[in-house]
Design a protein around this ligand. Structure first.
Ligand code: 5GP
Length: 187
């Protein structure tokens, strides 16, 4: 079996992580690509499950050693990236990979893997909606919310470069749409 890549991208707070978790429960052949990142761990997160949390210095060493298939400084000193070893690990098990990443990383991966990858953009109903969701996260400060909203406005303009767009106006609708699109691609 040739391993495939399912890439979910969206502005922060659009609900892509919730959709990705739903698909992981529904489709056993999918496995989540755990990214490396240099930001602090949130209290509901686990090392090796949500991310491999590493220091900025370690991250920079791995960049130098060309250990990433893609990486990005998403916010100042907050590096995120996909390790080549992570992709190999999942494909070796005969699983397809599902990614949760920002739009630049998502489009970068799509470009590298072409038809082997399906790039999906999760569209929030509105910027106000995003802001409300971010405010509900206890870990976000006024400053990080403003930063994420500023980035979201730019990210929304990249939606039409993706293979598919899912409007997350209701989770029920988004789940059903995601299941349909991904199952078809994996057939
Ligand atoms: P958060 O801090 O909210 O977990 O993530 C911030 C942003 O970084 C999100 O849009 C998330 O999807 C993205 N991200 C997570 N992993 C990666 C990765 O491996 N590469 C890139 N380019 N972005 C990622």
């Amino acid at each position: 079996m040739k391993g495939k890549l399912i890439i979910f991208s969206a502005p922060s707070g659009a609900g892509k992580t919730t959709i990705v978790h739903h698909l992981l429960n529904k489709i056993p052949k999918l496995e989540f690509s755990v990214s490396a990142c240099s930001r602090l761990m949130r209290k509901d997160e686990t090392h090796g499950v949500d991310y491999y949390f590493i220091s900025v210095d370690d991250f920079k060493k791995k960049i130098e050693n060309e250990e990433f298939v893609e990486w990005e400084e998403v916010y100042k000193d907050n590096f995120y990236g996909t390790l080549k070893t992570e992709i190999e690990r999942i494909w070796k098990k005969g699983h397809h990979i599902i990614f949760d990443m920002d739009v630049v990383g998502g489009l970068n991966l799509k470009k590298q893997y072409g038809d082997q990858a399906l790039a999906i953009f999760v569209m929030p109903p509105s910027i106000q909606h995003l802001e409300e969701r971010l405010k509900m996260r206890e870990t976000e400060t006024t400053e990080t919310i403003a930063r994420r909203i500023g980035k979201a406005e730019v990210e929304l303009q990249t939606a039409d470069q993706f293979d598919k767009i899912i409007l997350n106006d209701s989770l029920e609708h988004a789940f059903a749409e995601a299941e349909k699109i991904v199952s078809e691609f994996l057939q």
